[in-house]
Design a protein around this ligand. Structure first.
Ligand code: ASP
Length: 417
């Protein structure tokens, strides 16, 4: 199907899923009624889960094959190193900017004022891994295990090693690369096949989700909710918009339009990881980033770059501090920026991970981790929105890095719709 037709259908699937799901929720059907058991929790839920599993199925093979080819094409280690440094620097910068914007806006709006702090619900935090452990864990001791566990940073390291070695071993390298390139084509074709059924997949996910939870407890937390949504929008429109305009010379609106199906997937799956095959396909074939750069920046971004998540954490930290009547000092704010930026590294882009990271951030500045119970009711919906921002951030950085390396094909960008 033509790209713009597909985008329209995905958006229709999304809208229908949200509306019909909310209607089912509002009807208050009992959980043993026919519509709930056989249609919403049965048929649609199965359809949605099969769709998400099929997306996830492609992630590891795609990252490995695509990145090994990309690293092989970039050739020398110094090119790889330069692209790596630029990418990581931009990811860290956008995350720090996102959380700073969130802290600033939240301290102006005061979402937590007047909220009763003490809640009976208890949230048990996980222990934050040490920096040493984070660094050691990036390097795999067993690549098969890394793939089986879906440990993306380890898969990335292994794929880069294979790619670099391939480019340095003459005929054998050329033969292996040809095979991997063929595999890359086959897996990309699988991504496209899956995209063709995306409108139905997205509809199934959203109708069963909204039928279960409706719009959650938004009315109780409306200021917090709107504050997070407002900062997500600001970051999306201005931070990315300005970066695209001034660092890549692109029209941000044209960029967002090409990215809209990816955002719809991210919204529906709440997972940057599961969306990654679609992000990669779009970044290469609709935005015009060459495989050498996209195959590295996109999987890395899906794993370490979570601007939307950082925004939720910034607003949530201020909200919880205010709800408990605790004053934060300037040093606490700096600590929040630092820990939220660091916490996003090495945490996979899967649903709900932002809340786990928030527990680490709160712990660092001595705020009660139980405060998470106050906001958890609206987190599912916010997760969907922030994941859409997370993947847009990955594509933005990927495009800018490609442009600066001469690996951006403007013709592809201009001819896509
Ligand atoms: N769901 C988000 C993602 O996959 C992470 C989060 O904020 O929970 O990017």
């Amino acid at each position: 199907m033509e790209h713009s037709g597909l985008t329209r259908n995905i958006l229709i699937g999304m809208g229908l899923g949200i509306v019909l799901g909310s209607v089912v929720h509002a009807m208050g059907l009992s959980s043993d009624s026919f519509i709930r058991v056989f249609i919403v929790d049965g048929l649609f839920d199965v359809g949605g889960q099969v769709f998400i599993n099929s997306l996830k199925l492609l992630v590891v093979p795609l990252v490995f094959v695509s990145l090994a080819c990309g690293a092989g094409n970039l050739g020398s280690g110094s090119n790889m190193g330069r692209v790596g440094l630029k990418t990581i620097a931009l990811y860290l910068f956008t995350t720090a900017a996102a959380i700073s914007l969130a802290l600033l806006t939240a301290t102006l709006i005061n979402p937590g004022e007047g909220v009763g702090g003490i809640s009976d619900a208890v949230y048990v935090a996980r222990e934050a891994p040490s920096l040493k452990q984070v660094i050691v864990n990036i390097f795999p001791s067993n690549p098969i295990q890394a793939m089986a566990d879906g440990n993306m940073l380890q898969v990335i390291v292994f794929a880069i090693l294979v790619g670099v070695a391939m480019s340095k071993c003459g005929d054998a390298g050329i033969r292996v690369k040809a095979v991997l390139e063929d595999w890359n084509d086959v897996i990309m074709r699988m991504v496209m096949l899956l995209m063709a059924v995306a409108p139905v997949g997205v509809f199934c996910i959203l109708i069963s989700l909204f039928a279960k939870s409706g719009f959650g407890a938004i009315s109780d937390l409306i200021v917090y909710f709107m504050c997070v949504v407002g900062v997500l929008l600001l970051h999306f429109l201005f931070t990315y918009g300005l970066m695209l305009k001034f660092l890549a010379g692109l029209n941000p609106l044209a960029f967002y339009k090409r990215m809209s199906p990816v955002m719809a997937y991210a919204f529906s799956t709440s997972s940057s990881n599961a969306t990654m095959p679609i992000t990669l396909e779009t970044v290469e074939h609709k935005l015009g980033v060459k495989n050498e750069v996209a195959s590295f920046t996109v999987p890395l971004g899906a794993t370490i770059n979570m601007d939307g998540t950082a925004i939720m954490q910034g607003v949530a930290t201020v909200f919880i501090a205010q709800a408990y009547g605790i004053d934060l000092a300037m040093s606490d704010y700096l600590m929040v920026i630092l820990t939220a930026t660091m916490a996003s590294i090495g945490t996979a882009g899967v649903p709900g991970v932002g809340i786990i990271m928030l527990a680490m951030v709160l712990g660092q500045v001595g705020l009660p981790v139980d405060g998470i119970a106050l906001i958890i009711g609206v987190d599912r919906l916010l997760d969907m929105m922030r994941t859409a921002v997370n993947v847009t951030g990955d594509a933005t950085v990927s495009t800018i890095v490609a442009q600066s390396e001469g690996k951006f094909d403007r013709k592809i960008f201009d001819s896509a719709s």
